[in-house]
Design a protein around this ligand. Structure first.
Ligand code: 6PG
Length: 471
C-alpha cells in the first residue's frame, strides 16, 4: 500500500528516535535500514506505535510504500553514505519526490546535492536536527535549508515533532540550499564554545579553589537559576554530581581528559576563516579539544616544566567572578557566532532570519538557554548589528566584563589554562579599541613585500620611505 505519510532511512539511534517521534505525532512511517535485521527489531520495539510503521528490507518496496509526492528522510552518517543512499534512491523516485538529509552534513555537500537533485527534477532539503537522542525522540530544534516549497510540504510534520517554546515549534526554514546545515554547523561551533567555557570554570573551581566534583556540580546547579540558565549548565551540574558505581568516586574523576569530536565545530572555524568572520572563542574551544587529545605531549610537558601549584589564595577569586566571566564570555561568543551567520548570509545571498534562528534555539537544541530569548528580541530589532553593541547586551557585558578580566588574569597568573575565556576577553579588548596596532602589520608588509598601505590623513595606496633603501 502506498500510503505512508513519510519515509525514513537509517534506524541508528537518532533515526530510530526521530521515526518514533513522527509516529507519536500521528503520522504513518515507512522505514528502511541497510542492515535489514534492524527493521523488525525496531518495529517490534515500537510498542503501541508499531502499527504506524511499515518496514521494508528492499529499497524499491520502501519507496513504493510512501504516498506521492514522496518525502524521504535520510538519517545516515554524514559524508559518502549520504551520496551512496541518494544514488540508490534516484532511479526509484518520481519527479517531485523529496529527499531530506537530516544528518550533520557539511553545508557544501548539501549545496552540491541540492543542485544535482534539482537537475533530476527532485526537490531537496538539508535540515539540521539538534538535541541528541532525547531531542530526536521528544522534540528537536530543526534548522531547515533548501526549496521553500519542499519545506512547506513537510512543515506540518516537522512542526509537529519539533520542540515547542511557549507553544511555538522550534523548526524554521532558514534559506535555500545548504543554509540549514550551515546554521546547524554554527550551532555546533557555539556548542563547543559553551562546553569549553563551562569546562574552564570547572577547572578554576577544581584546580584553583580545590573544590571536589560534587561542589562544582552544586555551583553549576546554582548558576542554572540565574542568567546562565541553560541545558549545558544544567547537565554539567548533573554530570559533576554523578558517582561511579564501580569505584564510588565522582564519575568526572575517572573520565580520561581526552575529548572526542565528530568535526562540526572544526567546520565552523574553517568557514569563519574563509569568510573573514573571526570566532576566536569557538576557535579556542576546537583547539582545546585538539590539545586535550595530545595527552602524551601534555604529560611530557607537565614533567618537563614541573607543573606549578595552581591553588589560588583565599579570596583571590570568587565564584561570582567566575559566573560573571561565563556570562560575558557566552555573550561575546554568541556575538561572534551571529557575526559569522551574518557574513555567510551576505556571501551566499541566503537572507538568514537572525531572530528566528535564536527562536528555534530556545528549546530542543543542545545550546538552548534563557539568554536566547533576549537575543531573539534584540535580533528582531537590530538583525545586522553585532550583538555586543545592542543596548541590552552592552549593559550585560559592562556589568560582567570586570569578572571576565579578573578571572582570565587570575587564571593566567596561576597557570590555569582558560583559552576560551581569554579569547573572549581579547575579542572584547580588540573590538573596543578604536586604533589597534595593524598599522605595524601594514608597515611590515610594505617593507618586505611592497604591499602598500592606506594613510590616516589622505586617500590612496602608499609606500613607506624604506622601499628604495634596501632594494
Ligand atoms: C546536537 C549535537 C550533535 C553533535 C553530537 C556530537 O545538536 O544534537 O550538536 O549534532 O554532533 O553531539 O558532537 P561532537 O562529537 O562534534 O562533539
Amino acid at each position: 500500500m502506498a500510503d505512508a505519510d513519510i519515509g525514513l532511512i537509517g534506524l541508528g539511534t537518532m533515526g530510530a528516535m526521530l521515526a518514533l517521534n513522527i509516529a507519536d505525532n500521528g503520522f504513518s512511517v515507512a522505514v528502511h535500514n541497510r542492515t535489514a535485521s534492524k527493521i523488525p527489531e525496531f518495529i517490534d520495539g515500537a510498542g503501541p506505535l508499531k502499527d504506524q510503521f511499515s518496514g521494508h528490507a528492499e529499497l524499491a518496496d520502501f519507496v513504493q510504500a510512501i504516498a506521492k509526492p514522496r518525502s524521504i528522510i535520510l538519517m545516515v552518517p554524514a559524508g559518502d553514505p549520504v551520496d551512496e543512499q541518494i544514488e540508490a534512491l534516484r532511479p526509484l523516485l518520481d519527479e517531485d519526490d523529496l529527499i531530506i538529509d537530516a544528518g550533520n552534513a557539511n553545508f557544501h555537500d548539501t549545496e552540491r546535492r541540492a543542485k544535482v537533485a534539482a537537475d533530476a527534477g527532485n526537490p531537496y532539503l538539508g535540515i539540521g536536527v539538534s538535541g541528541g537522542a532525547e531531542g530526536a525522540r521528544f522534540g528537536p530544534s530543526i534548522m531547515g535549508g533548501g526549496d521553500k516549497d519542499a519545506w512547506d510540504r513537510v512543515e506540518p510534520i516537522l512542526h509537529a515533532i519539533a520542540a515547542k517554546y511557549e507553544g511555538a515549534p522550534c523548526a524554521t526554514h532558514m534559506g535555500p540550499g545548504g543554509a540549514g546545515h550551515f546554521v546547524k554547523t554554527v550551532h555546533n561551533g557555539i556548542e563547543y564554545a559553551d562546553m569549553q567555557l563551562i569546562a574552564e570554570a570547572y577547572g578554576l573551581m577544581r584546580d584553583g579553589m580545590g573544590m571536589d566534583a560534587a561542589a562544582c556540580g552544586k555551583t553549576f546547579a546554582e548558576w542554572d537559576k540565574g542568567p546562565l540558565k541553560s541545558y549545558l549548565i544544567e547537565i554539567s551540574g548533573k554530570v559533576a554530581q554523578a558517582t561511579d558505581a564501580e569505584t564510588g568516586k565522582p564519575v568526572l574523576d575517572i573520565i580520561l581528559d581526552r575529548a572526542g569530536q565528530k568535526g562540526t565545530g572544526r567546520w565552523t572555524v574553517i568557514e569563519s576563516q574563509m569568510l573573514g568572520a573571526p570566532v576566536p572563542v569557538i576557535e579556542a574551544a576546537v583547539a582545546a579539544r585538539n590539545l586535550s587529545a595530545q595527552r602524551d605531549l601534555r604529560i611530557a610537558g607537565a614533567a618537563a616544566y614541573s607543573e606549578p601549584n595552581r591553588t589560588l589564595a583565599d579570596g583571590v577569586l570568587s565564584l561570582d567572578d567566575i559566573e560573571q566571566a561565563l556570562i560575558a564570555g557566552k555573550i561575546l561568543c554568541y556575538a561572534q557566532g551571529y557575526d559569522l551567520l551574518s557574513k555567510a548570509s551576505a556571501e551566499y545571498d541566503w537572507h538568514l532570519p537572525m531572530a528566528p534562528i535564536a527562536r528555534v534555539w530556545r528549546e530542543g537544541c543542545i545550546i538552548r538557554s534563557a539568554m536566547l530569548s533576549d537575543m531573539a528580541e534584540v535580533l528582531e530589532k537590530e538583525p545586522d548589528q553585532n550583538l555586543a553593541l545592542s543596548a541590552h547586551f552592552k549593559k550585560l557585558i559592562a556589568d560582567n566584563i570586570a569578572g571576565l578580566r579578573k578571572t582570565a588574569v587570575t587564571a593566567q597568573m596561576a597557570g590555569i589554562a582558560v583559552p576560551a575565556l581569554s579569547a573572549a576577553l581579547a575579542y572584547f579588548d580588540q573590538m573596543t579599541t578604536a586604533r589597534v596596532t595593524a598599522n605595524m602589520l601594514q608597515a611590515q608588509r610594505d617593507y618586505f613585500g611592497a604591499h602598500s598601505f592606506e594613510r590616516v590623513d589622505k586617500d590612496g595606496a602608499h609606500h613607506g620611505p624604506w622601499l628604495n633603501q634596501h632594494l
